[in-house]
Design a protein around this ligand. Structure first.
Ligand code: HEM
Length: 159
């Protein structure tokens, strides 16, 4: 049986999100704590940034695919009016999480994130890494809530 376009879009959406948020989880729970343990600031910044540089190139593609497949599902389900109902808060949350990351990887990161982080780290390495850890943790937590609520909401299991 050949899956229809809506089901294919759902598969692309989930796959893109697994790649994207899986990577965010790896940075937050493995790369950042490992970098923070290094005594040498330059080595710590290099470890963190070498992962981020590679990951950001990949994640620009998965974020675009997640957004396009999400928009396609809204179109195919003709579900635009869901944005007018608070009960679809999980859909609002998905779009908010998407916008937050899109702003980061398409605008802030290429323009000034690395320079600012290096400046901060050269003045106060512990403070810079603590800030990076906090921001990653907030982004990961919101994403995890969006994923759990997205599955529950899409399958009619939320009030
Ligand atoms: C522009 C951004 C996005 C749009 C327009 C969008 C839209 C959608 C739509 C229309 C659905 C199907 C709902 C249904 O079947 O009733 C969906 C499902 C889902 N979305 Fe998103 N989404 C976006 C971003 C995200 C993000 C950032 C996440 C998670 C971090 C996410 C996670 C999910 C999950 C887990 C599902 C449920 C898949 C399933 O079990 O069927 N989405 N999304």
């Amino acid at each position: 049986m050949i899956p229809d376009a809506l089901t294919l879009a759902r598969a692309v959406h989930v796959l893109a999100i697994v790649h994207w948020i899986g990577g965010v989880c790896a940075v937050t729970t493995i790369v950042l704590p490992q970098a923070r343990r290094l005594a040498d600031t330059d080595a710590a910044v290099e470890l963190f940034e070498s992962f981020e540089r590679r990951f950001v190139r990949q994640v620009r593609i998965s974020i675009a695919l997640a957004g396009l497949s999400g928009l396609y599902m809204l179109y195919a389900l003709d579900a635009w009016d869901r944005f007018r109902h608070a009960s679809f808060w999980w859909l609002h949350l998905m779009v908010a999480v998407w916008c937050m990351f899109a702003l980061m990887v398409y605008v802030i990161e290429p323009l000034f994130a690395h320079r600012r982080f290096r400046e901060l780290a050269s003045r106060d390495a512990a403070g810079a890494f603590a800030l990076a850890a906090r921001l990653h943790l907030v982004a990961l937590t919101l994403s995890a809530i969006a994923i759990a609520a997205g599955v529950l909401g899409a399958h009619g299991a939320l009030p």
